[in-house]
Design a protein around this ligand. Structure first.
Ligand code: HEC
Ligand code: HEC
Ligand code: HEC
Ligand code: HEC
Ligand code: HEC
Ligand code: HEC
Ligand code: HEC
Ligand code: HEC
Length: 447
């Protein structure tokens, strides 16, 4: 889009906002170009009907207003006398929605297509394979859309509505990742199912955590009372039964406007191997607590964060930092290779932080106790003690360097109160108490 068109867009939005108020018939509000599109596209009735149910139809924003393209645009093509493009990028939407687009561009969502040179990237492309990346990773993260010489889109890279898609005009992201075409509704985007296309599974189960949380239970119990179809949606004013993903991460409060930068209320990075505070975390924490304060008192919210912060500390200090340092030491001493995923311990370490370690932290952050413990720290601990350590020992013995394992035990296990049980056993008094408990409860001997 040229800058001239950009400004025309601003003007147009102004006019379009006035139009419905003037009580004009819908067809009068539609441009002649759009009327031609619809005339012919009645043969694709689904698209036209979806759009007719949208706020855009009501405001007179039609097919042509979104799909029109400059002759020189990378993906422009001639279509029955019009120059159009299939992709309506965030930059195109931004002509009329500059605030949302700017925030979206500044967010981690817009950067999600940049995954090639990561450990996940190696896993996907080399250990998996390209076709799996196309229907897997990129459907969530976004593809780099390539345009063929004739202006059509390269089908290896499109269809795709990944959250950080790199578009032919250089802009990043897809608004329709959350505002599915051609309704482009905010009601849909407020629902947790929308985020749940991507935020689920073994390595980031936010959707499952939410479902088991009291917030998710309340959402299902009172979904119809939440006024999700209303223009204004402020927690505590327009609804109060339950928060959704959007409530906490995006929507307005009495003190904050809607944001399209989903990172502005996060005080931790909970997906890194070792969790760290985010930049400017104090302000971000305050903004999230402001959301909670629509429905909770501050001692409750502060108590919640105290529990979260200590939990993150436990994960970091007891497991994540030692696990990383142990693997680093094995590489440094040439017990294992420096390559990724070619030693069993590489996989163990990967799942420890990337799967169960994340599940645990996400469970704690969003009140999903089963994820914090059984799918979380329970698995972290199990793999730390029954895989990472034995695999280290085996690798050291195989490499003829048992002294490296002795160094690990001295430094990380025997030297630390929280791990001592592994080599020294439990306190005998506690073992006796445990046995007595089972005897009384189940009339069985548990050793
Ligand atoms: C003369 C009939 C006609 C008119 C006028 C028309 N279209 Fe189409 N359009 C079609 C048909 C038929 C297809 C489906 C082509 C196919 O399935 O191979 C299509 C496909 C498309 C596609 C998808 C392109 C692709 O390659 O997948 C877009 C986007 C589109 N039209 C938008 C528009 C817009 C915007 C207008 C108005 C500016 C418009 N069309 C006007 C008939 C028309
Ligand atoms: C608010 C902007 C907007 C309006 C209005 C709009 N579109 Fe689209 N359209 C999009 C977006 C966004 C996509 C998704 C392209 C992508 O990112 O892959 C799309 C995709 C399409 C596609 C190709 C995808 C497919 O499912 O085949 C067709 C065809 C299409 N639009 C036709 C139309 C027609 C016809 C109208 C008018 C009735 C219309 N569009 C109105 C934004 C719009
Ligand atoms: C030509 C200007 C224009 C373009 C281009 C445009 N929009 Fe809109 N959009 C509007 C207007 C006007 C409204 C109605 C505002 C209102 O009702 O307050 C609107 C409303 C919306 C809404 C609110 C819908 C609801 O449920 O109330 C969303 C979401 C939205 N647009 C997303 C998009 C996306 C995504 C694109 C690009 C694919 C896009 N728009 C392109 C002008 C535009
Ligand atoms: C189901 C959707 C989905 C699939 C499939 C998927 N991811 Fe992700 N990925 C996500 C989400 C959501 C996050 C953010 C998790 C969080 O914040 O907890 C993420 C996070 C990441 C991160 C961390 C980014 C950061 O800022 O720390 C990388 C790297 C990554 N994914 C790469 C990949 C690769 C490579 C593949 C395929 C081998 C893949 N992902 C498959 C949804 C997906
Ligand atoms: C991660 C999901 C997500 C993405 C991606 C997304 N939106 Fe939204 N959008 C939302 C949610 C949620 C709301 C509703 C906020 C509320 O009012 O509760 C919303 C609301 C809107 C509104 C209505 C604003 C208002 O104040 O009424 C517009 C316009 C809009 N989005 C445009 C866009 C555009 C343009 C893009 C792409 C640049 C985009 N959105 C990308 C989730 C998303
Ligand atoms: C199409 C897939 C997709 C959808 C839909 C999606 N996300 Fe994301 N989200 C991602 C990916 C991928 C990342 C990781 C981006 C990265 O860091 O590279 C992410 C990251 C995030 C983050 C972390 C941001 C940060 O700054 O660290 C939050 C919070 C988030 N998403 C919330 C949401 C919410 C809320 C919704 C729904 C309203 C949503 N997402 C919808 C894919 C998606
Ligand atoms: C009650 C509020 C609330 C709800 C509802 C909620 N979240 Fe969160 N979310 C949080 C809090 C609190 C954090 C941690 C904030 C911090 O870092 O200080 C968080 C963290 C996250 C992160 C960051 C993870 C990382 O790797 O750093 C993502 C992504 C996310 N949430 C997505 C979602 C999705 C998707 C949903 C819905 C399925 C959802 N959230 C529902 C409050 C909520
Ligand atoms: C729209 C209202 C609303 C918002 C906003 C909200 N909550 Fe809640 N929350 C509730 C309700 C209602 C309950 C159920 C109370 C009960 O257990 O009886 C609840 C329960 C909880 C629980 C108890 C979980 C359990 O299993 O007992 C925690 C912890 C919690 N919320 C934390 C938060 C945090 C942190 C935020 C902000 C990031 C937040 N909530 C935002 C309404 C809300």
């Amino acid at each position: 889009m040229s800058s001239q068109l950009f400004w025309k867009g601003f003007l147009l939005t102004g006019l379009l906002w006035l139009a419905p108020a003037a009580g004009m018939a819908a067809t009068d509000r539609l441009s002649v170009e759009t009327q031609e599109c619809i005339g012919c596209h009645a043969a694709m009735p689904g698209i036209v009907s979806q759009w007719e149910d949208s706020a855009h139809w009501n405001a007179g924003v039609g097919c042509y207003e979104c799909h029109k393209a400059e002759q020189g645009d990378a993906d422009a093509f001639d279509h029955n006398g019009f120059s159009i493009a299939i992709i309506v990028s965030p930059r195109d939407c931004g002509q009329c929605h500059p605030k949302e687009t700017m925030e979206q561009e500044a967010s981690h969502h817009a950067k999600a297509g940049d995954i090639l040179n990561t450990q996940d990237g190696i896993l996907g492309q080399t250990i998996g394979g390209e076709p799996a990346v196309a229907v897997g990773c990129r459907q969530c993260h976004g593809s780099i859309v390539k345009v063929n010489a004739d202006g059509s889109l390269d089908t290896n890279t499109w269809p795709n509505t990944g959250i950080g898609r790199v578009n032919p005009d250089g802009s990043k992201g897809t608004c329709s990742a959350c505002h599915t075409r051609h309704r482009f509704s905010k009601e849909q985007a407020r629902k947790p199912e929308t985020c749940g296309k991507c935020h689920l599974g073994p390595d980031h189960p936010q959707k499952e955590v939410y479902e088991e949380s009291k917030h998710g239970i309340l959402y299902r119990a009172f979904e119809d009372d939440l006024n999700m179809d209303k223009p204004k949606w402020v927690a505590g004013e327009d609804y109060y039964d339950a928060p959704t993903c959007a409530t906490c991460h995006m929507s307005a409060t009495v003190n904050q406007p809607v944001t399209h930068d989903v990172g502005t209320r996060l005080s931790w990075n909970l997906r890194a191997p070792i969790s760290k505070r985010t930049e400017g975390w104090e302000k971000k924490l305050e903004d999230m607590q402001d959301v909670c304060s629509a429905c909770h008192g501050s001692p409750f919210v502060e108590g919640f964060y105290k529990q979260l912060d200590s939990f993150v500390g436990l994960y970091n200090d007891k497991f994540a930092i030692p696990a990383k340092e142990i693997r680093d030491l094995l590489m440094e001493k040439e017990v294992i290779s420096k390559g990724n995923f070619d030693d069993p311990i590489d996989w163990t370490y990967w799942e420890l932080w990337h799967h169960e370690g994340r599940r645990a932290r996400h469970g704690a952050a969003m009140s999903g106790p089963d994820y914090a413990w059984w799918h979380g720290i329970y698995d972290v601990a199990k793999h730390f003690y029954t895989e990472l350590l034995p695999q280290s020992q085996e690798a050291c013995e195989k490499a003829g360097k048992p002294e490296v394992y002795a160094e690990i035990i001295a430094k990380y296990i025997d030297g630390r109160k929280e791990h001592e049980w592994y080599t020294k056993g439990f306190d005998p008094k506690r073992v006796e108490e445990m046995k007595a408990y089972y005897q009384k409860r189940y009339q069985q001997d548990v050793k």
